[in-house]
Design a binder for this molecule. Structure first.
Ligand SMILES: [Fe+2]
Ligand SMILES: [Fe+2]
Length: 284
């Protein structure tokens, strides 16, 4: 698929992931990494250290006492949460520009990450931090495509607003490939987990295909992200408009996760509240 590869190489090269973030991601998957080593790398980047401390102290993490040092942030929150905060920061700096479109994309990522974590906790998914990361990265393909050719991506967005077609459809027509495909490639390049790659690739309706082709596939991550996305779409999180008529309890994701209407409305309220209060903490 030359169009996809071309876009990925250019879109990615224009704005690669910051060096410190790359180092940290590598370290976290290495079993020999210690908290002290991690602290050394993060503290070499003063701006990143300050941001991590600010995010770690946000009410979202519910730590009763103030976290004042990087070493206690690592100890209290754990490697995976620190990795997620580094990703949240890196995602912003990987935009070629940061205008209205990019702000909306960023808010949608943040909303979906909060939503994915809260859904994961609700259904007792064993790795809620992985769900947070999946939500954060689910639409990274859009970001890469927008970096590659923002004029063309503007056309995609206009088509979705004016003709009521999905992003997937408009992207296929205009770029020849879609954001879940582009995103999955990037996640693979970063050597993140295969489950995460699947979550990005199948976060729209692809998860039904995934289950149909692999009846024994039990991974819930793509479904969690799909549901998180639906809640953000309905609530207008990082979107131009709200979509109040969307009946999430009738979605396939809700059925597969066995989530009832009452739970969905409770989750939606919680997600909206957390998103509103966290927007500024993550928006340094
Ligand atoms: Fe998407
Ligand atoms: Fe999305």
């Amino acid at each position: 698929m030359p169009a996809l590869e071309d876009a990925l190489i250019s879109g990615y090269e224009i704005t690669p992931m910051p060096h410190v973030a790359q180092q940290i991601i590598k370290m976290i998957s290495d079993p020999d990494t210690t908290a002290a080593k991690l602290q050394d790398v993060i503290s070499a980047d003063q701006a990143l250290s300050t941001k991590i401390l600010k995010m770690a102290n946000s009410p979202f993490y519910g730590i009763p006492r103030a976290i004042r040092t990087l070493s206690s942030a690592i100890m209290i929150l754990g490697y995976k949460t620190i990795r997620n905060l580094v990703f949240a920061d890196a995602m912003k700096s990987m935009n070629k520009r940061f205008g209205l479109t990019e702000i909306m994309m960023w808010e949608h990522s943040l909303g979906a990450s909060i939503a994915s974590l809260l859904i994961a906790k609700e259904i007792r998914f064993p790795d809620p931090e992985e769900a947070f990361l999946a939500g954060l990265l689910h639409d990274i393909g859009k970001q890469i495509m927008n970096n590659y050719d923002s004029q063309k991506y503007m056309q995609v967005m206009e088509r979705t607003y004016n003709e009521d077609v999905t992003y997937y459809f408009a992207e296929k027509e205009i770029f020849g490939f879609s954001h879940p495909e582009a995103g999955a490639h990037v996640v693979k390049k970063w050597k993140l987990s295969e489950e995460l790659e699947k979550a990005i690739r199948y976060h729209h309706d692809g998860f039904q295909v995934l289950i149909k082709d692999n009846p024994f596939y039990l991974g819930k991550l793509p479904i969690i992200v799909n549901l998180a996305d639906l809640i953000c779409i309905k609530s207008g999180i990082g979107r131009k408009n709200k979509y109040p008529e969307l009946n999430i309890s009738e979605s396939e994701a809700a059925a597969l996760l066995r989530i009832t209407e009452g739970t969905i409305s409770g989750l939606t309220d919680k997600i909206q509240k957390n998103f509103e209060s966290e927007k500024d903490n993550f928006n340094y």
